[in-house]
Ligand binder design. Structure first.
Ligand code: MG
Length: 156
């Protein structure tokens, strides 16, 4: 068994789609990033890479590489899944927390779990996604951006 954790944060900007956990969420702003800005998937990617001892997402998919401009983060997640599979490392379960003052994420959590489970070839009941505000404190609380944490367990 190998455990890994990941963290990511991105800043809100107007004029972009908001995508979290592979789900597009109606909002008046999106997250600034080279990719689609899916901060939850980025945290999950870092947790997977961390558990495998393979560094971090920036090392595998650099911002300087035009191939990853506005890329669907699910593509990155599936790429990492395949890299781990090649090392006989299989995700057992995943837990995560999105830290966002707004928008309200509860209506989208079930779909996130299904999509992340599909990408990681895990049943959705092994893919937990939680969301919390910070009661107005800090950058997330001021709605300057969104942060996400993830932990994963790999077997291999
Ligand atoms: Mg990121």
């Amino acid at each position: 068994m190998r455990i890994g954790q990941g963290y990511d944060a991105h800043r809100f900007i107007p004029g972009r789609r908001l995508v979290l956990g592979g789900v597009e969420i109606p909002h008046d702003q999106g997250l600034l990033a080279h990719s689609d800005g899916d901060v939850l998937i980025h945290a999950i990617c870092d947790a997977l890479l961390g558990a495998a001892g393979l560094g971090d997402i920036g090392g595998h998919f650099p911002d300087s590489d035009a191939r990853y401009r506005d890329v669907d983060s699910r593509v990155l997640l599936r790429g990492i899944r395949d890299q781990l599979a090649a090392l006989n490392l299989v995700p057992v379960n995943l837990d995560s927390t999105i830290v966002a003052q707004r928008p309200k994420l509860a209506p989208y959590i079930a779909t996130m779990r299904l999509r992340l489970g599909a990408d990681l070839r895990m049943h959705a009941d092994r893919v937990n996604v939680k969301a919390t505000t910070t009661e107005g404190m800090g950058f997330a609380g001021r709605a300057e951006g969104i942060a996400a944490y993830a932990v994963v367990l790999l077997e291999g």
